[in-house]
Design a protein around this ligand. Structure first.
Ligand code: PLP
Length: 371
């Protein structure tokens, strides 16, 4: 019988790090404080008090903010507004599989630029632009990238904004993990850098700091882009969920958000440590860099490792992950993404033991000696 599956596949929090009581209390307060605002249709730009809270958080005018049903909805609106079939779009290699899918569905001409330990290879990006490629958009996940866990350095952030100014493209700064930093120092967003206000559309979300089921995300961008997206939002759904946004507003304004972020950060810090230690012990062939935040760790196995076979062998042993190739137009065949957000620290040890057993079954690696 297959043991119950330990999933390193899902980029979602385990229930123990969701502040369910805090959310229930925030909902109660929100309905009492503003019953009309929560139960009416509201407007396409989002629940006004939350929009103002987000604007103040980023130090921008509320006219530059639109709040949506999760940031995926924001992405979809942005692509609809800016990307036509055949338009060149830069993505990182590897990158978030859903963004790839969404851009492919729009028939975008994708240019995948390699990701390095300190973010996108800016020399490759510059070379692409010098060769005459003229992207309308460059999609970058600057902090604790999904799937790699890497963070874009300060110097590279500046360079990307400069290139966007020089070659006239929009940077889509997709930043849902920014608040989940559990090591190292925070970096300025590209939105905040000189030139960023004109060139960057910034997306973030409450999925990683409150919970994904609440489905609240947002964009900050130039007023004309936000205005176009507001039109698309009105035509799509009149307005996003005022109930969800009213609850999130109350959660943020009451200080529950900071507490929730602390809970998530301390749990994930411990999980990364356990994951790295377990891999070093049980799977010494694995190459990885423990991330400083976020949900994901990228693992390279020796070239030639058949990750398709590993995936099946792991499933038979009750452990799941996502194959590296799912995050690339081409390549990634000997890599995998391990999400540590949805597993408890104890499950991590057992999960890695199973994964290592699966690896030995598909490769000729001997069992590591435990001394
Ligand atoms: C890079 C990135 N962007 C967007 C999202 C989607 O976020 P949301 O839940 O706000 O739709 C995710 C979720 O995993 C993500 O990793």
């Amino acid at each position: 019988m297959t043991p119950s599956t330990i999933s390193f596949a899902r980029g979602a929090p385990s229930l123990d790090i969701v502040d369910v009581d805090g959310l229930r209390e925030a909902a109660d307060r929100a309905f009492r404080a503003d019953p009309g605002g929560l139960t009416g249709y509201g407007t396409a730009i989002g629940y006004p008090p939350l929009r103002e809270w987000i604007a103040a958080h980023h130090g921008v005018d509320p006219a530059r903010v639109i709040v949506t049903n999760g940031s995926m909805q924001a992405d979809a609106f942005l692509f609809e507004a800016l990307v036509s079939p055949g338009d060149a779009v830069v993505v990182e290699r590897p990158t978030y599989d859903r963004t790839l899918l969404s851009l492919r569905n729009r028939a975008a001409d994708l240019h995948a630029v390699p990701l390095e330990g300190d973010g996108i290879d800016v020399d490759e990006l510059a070379a692409l632009l010098e060769r005459g490629v003229r992207p309308v958009l460059a999609h970058l996940i600057p902090n604790f990238q999904n799937p790699a866990g890497f963070t874009l350095s300060a110097a590279k952030r500046e360079r990307v904004v400069e290139l966007a100014g020089e070659y006239g493209f929009t940077i889509f700064e997709d930043d849902p993990y920014v608040a989940i930093r559990f090591a190292g120092e925070p970096l300025a967003t590209m939105l905040e850098l000189p030139g960023g206000a004109e060139r960057v559309v910034y997306a973030s979300s409450f999925s990683k700091t409150v919970c994904p089921g609440i489905r609240v995300g947002y964009l900050v961008g130039p007023e004309n882009v936000i205005g176009r997206i507001r039109g698309l939002a009105t035509n799509t759904y009149i307005s996003p969920s005022m109930v969800a946004q009213g609850i999130v507003h109350e959660f943020c304004a009451s200080g529950a958000l900071e507490r929730s972020i602390e809970t998530v950060k301390s749990a994930l810090r411990e999980r990364v440590e356990r994951l790295a230690a377990a891999l070093e012990r049980d799977l010494p062939d694995a190459r990885f860099t423990p991330p400083e935040g976020g949900y994901f760790m990228w693992v390279d196995l020796p070239e030639g490792t058949d990750v398709d076979a590993l995936f099946d062998a792991a499933a038979e042993r009750g452990v799941a992950f996502v194959k590296g190739s799912d995050f690339m137009v081409q390549g990634g065949e000997s890599s995998l993404r391990l999400a540590y957000s949805g597993v408890t620290a104890d499950q991590i040890e057992e999960g890695v033991t199973r994964l290592a057993d699966a690896y030995r079954a598909v490769s000729s690696a001997p069992a590591p000696s435990r001394g």
